[in-house]
Design a protein around this ligand. Structure first.
Ligand code: SF4
Length: 304
């Protein structure tokens, strides 16, 4: 275990990222979430309880209950705390592999309605074990278990990724959102809101330098291009309705999507027809987001 020092300016929770690669976006996301959660708890005079595990996330610090069981562990813990009159914020930080492996655990816990926040650092793969696909791996992206990037159907047709942040709204989430550290004020606002409207879920876009194949100083550039190209739309869905955090640009998305794809070796195998399929996928995804906003939109949108 690494040594963790606590001083006036350096808190032990900052070591959440010990063991992660330099420049890893989930490193930054996890550290920021911890900081916001601890500062909010400090104002209440309590200490938070954080569960989690991901690719390097909190190897030395976080509470663990086992793969795919963080949510039910929170439910058990919160039930015991309620019986004893204990009030401390409870938060999960983990990765997209955990959502796949524990979807019943995840959706069942939200259905119970206990007040906790779950943040997923989504790098679209099981990065810690060599980048196998998860249900969140994007269309045609190469992973170690599918070197040609043909995810899904046996004849090579692609399967699009799951949308757990949308799905969990129908399992009892009071607040659910997508976020990215390239859009920091929006990210901070969503984590703070997630703490005040529980149960809450935030799916954070966290590219992976190693398995997506880009230089580690390009993390913010790739993250920003993912958002501005529309392949990772930012939105939130709380009591005030569904709101996009950033408009989709029909005029510019193809250029930005091209830069996003060319910037990663996991797309190096794509042919021209593949690029058209990804563009179509982005258009359909953003059409879905627009329809959700038209159908469930309220009157108080925020902006990234
Ligand atoms: S393998 Fe990827 S997700 Fe894991 S710590 Fe390294 S850059 Fe981050």
């Amino acid at each position: 275990m690494k040594m963790m020092l606590e001083t006036d300016s350096q808190h032990a929770y900052r070591n959440i990222d010990s063991g992660q690669c330099p420049g890893c976006p989930s490193n930054l996301a996890a550290k920021l979430v911890m900081q916001i959660v601890y500062q909010a708890a400090d104002r209440e005079g309590v200490e938070p309880i954080i569960f989690g595990q991901g690719c390097g996330i909190g190897r030395d610090l976080l509470q663990r209950s086992g793969i795919g069981t963080h949510d039910s562990a929170c439910v058990g813990l919160l039930a015991a705390m309620e019986m004893r009159g204990i009030h401390r914020p409870v938060v999960v930080i983990d990765g997209d592999g955990q959502i796949d492996m524990g979807f019943d655990d995840f959706s069942g816990a939200f259905q119970q309605g206990h007040p906790y926040m779950h943040v997923v650092c989504d790098n679209q793969g099981l990065s810690a074990s060599g980048s196998h696909a998860t249900g969140m791996t994007d269309l045609l992206a190469r992973v170690s278990s599918r070197p040609k990037g043909r995810l899904g159907k046996p004849d090579g047709r692609g399967a699009v990724r799951k949308q757990p942040a949308m799905m969990i709204k129908f399992s009892g989430a009071a607040y659910t959102a997508t976020a990215a550290v390239s859009h920091l004020p929006d990210f901070i606002q969503k984590v703070e809101r997630g703490l005040s409207e529980m149960p809450s879920f935030i799916q954070v876009f966290t590219p992976c330098n190693v398995n997506w194949g880009y230089d580690d100083d390009q993390s913010v550039t790739i993250t920003r291009l993912g958002v501005t190209s529309g392949i990772w739309p930012l939105w939130e869905w709380g009591e005030d309705g569904f709101h996009r955090s950033l408009p989709f640009s029909h005029n510019n998305f193809r250029k930005r999507l091209g830069e996003y794809v060319r910037g990663q070796r996991r797309y190096a195998h794509l042919a021209q027809a593949d690029m058209a399929a990804i563009e179509e996928y982005v258009l359909r995804l953003n059409d879905l987001v627009d329809r959700l906003e038209r159908g469930f939109g309220g009157s108080n949108p925020s902006s990234a």
